[in-house]
Design a protein around this ligand. Sequence first.
Ligand code: CMC
Length: 428
Amino acid sequence: MSETAKLILEGKEYEFPVFTGSENEKAIDISKLRDQTGYVTLDTGYKNTGATTSKLTYLDGEEGILRHGGYSIEDLTNHASYMEVCYMLFNGELPNKEQLAAFETKISRHTLVHEDMKKIFDAYPTNSHPMGQLIAMVSSLSSFYPASLNPNRNDEAKRLTMFRMLAKMPTIVGMVYKKSIGHPIIYPNNNLDYVTNYLYMTFGNVTENFEVDPVIVEAMNKLLILHADHEQNCSTSTVRIVGSSQANLYAAISAGIAALWGPLHGGANQQVIEMLENIKADGGDTEKWINKAKDKNDPFRLMGFGHRVYKNFDPRALLIKDACDKVLNKLGINDPVLEIAKKLEETALKDPYFIERKLFPNVDFYSGIIYRAMGFPVEMFTPLFALGRLPGWIAQWKEMIDENQPIGRPRQIYTGYPLRDWKPIEKR
Ligand code: CMC
């Protein structure tokens, strides 16, 4: 007999089905709750709400497990290329050699963006934040590809939009960077693979030949994979909820980028480096800053610490910390903030405040140190997160559209005034 959950309300008993996921995760299916009882659930911040089922990513926050398509994040970062992971997120299976080559070729055919996009860039102040530009540029793609406006047109059109989005993002992120330093943009070179091409458009220069350091390519490949998908986080949920109204993919991704920008989400990677720099400038007293983070009268939070779902460790943070040591060693860089970060982590992990609240370093804690060693300015850290998260956003959007999911529309419990008599302005 299938499992059910019983609920007693106002003396009446109701039964609801229990849904079990492929990793034995349990959920009470309350889709008929309001119809049957007149009640809704109240769950501010969706801490206990499963908004969807999904085959893409499995995450166990208690055990620190992250898998895409059943493959562990450790295996994927050690063995896969970013394009293999993108393919798998789009298709559900890892590609064989021919499939991967065909996929890479297909993507490489769409790397250029319309020349008119440059005019939009021209209008931005040189030092405006890259994330604001990225949101606008991605949403502008819908104007250049009006056929994408109907996401349900047909499968072929849908895939073309997905490919265009994946292919053009490195070009746009490269353009955003070039704009920020006042340099001419670098056009994509489709003889290069996806990751190398992005690095070329960022660090290449029209005045000289460019050869990208393989250490940097390898690190970038790992970093992008580590960010590729993370089930129903704030930005992915945003992509799904915007897409659920059948807005086009570019609009949905643009909204996801906006959600990512916040310092509690992807914006944390920029904040971490700024925090570490502040601590360094303040004399490097990590105890003092830990105490600030614990002080409830002080708004300061230890950036790059804590996670809504991981309550033991963030497996991505472990992999990034390891990569960080390797990259800095290989590049011969000695960044004093790495020492501060390690000291901060060590102090926090022994402190009852952090232990009791299960607060550990998250993916953003060490990623900025690697990005900086690679030569990225801090403002580019969150666009890099967006670049990495892109295949996850696209795949989640596709899954939702393919499953014909209903529009996302949460309810609320009204706590304002009951009906009041109208008061003329002179009596208020
Ligand atoms: N520093 C100090 N205290 C913290 C921190 C922190 N970084 N994070 C959580 N807490 C405390 C919080 O004050 C609360 O304490 P109390 O129970 O006494 O009120 C308790 O821990 C639980 O925190 P919460 O805010 O209710 O937890 P949440 O699940 O709503 O928030 C979070 C998760 C990631 C937003 C939060 O931990 C945070 O603000 N971290 C810093 C920002 C950050 O690094 N964000 C990146 C997240 S990982 C990458 C990504 O997904 O983008």
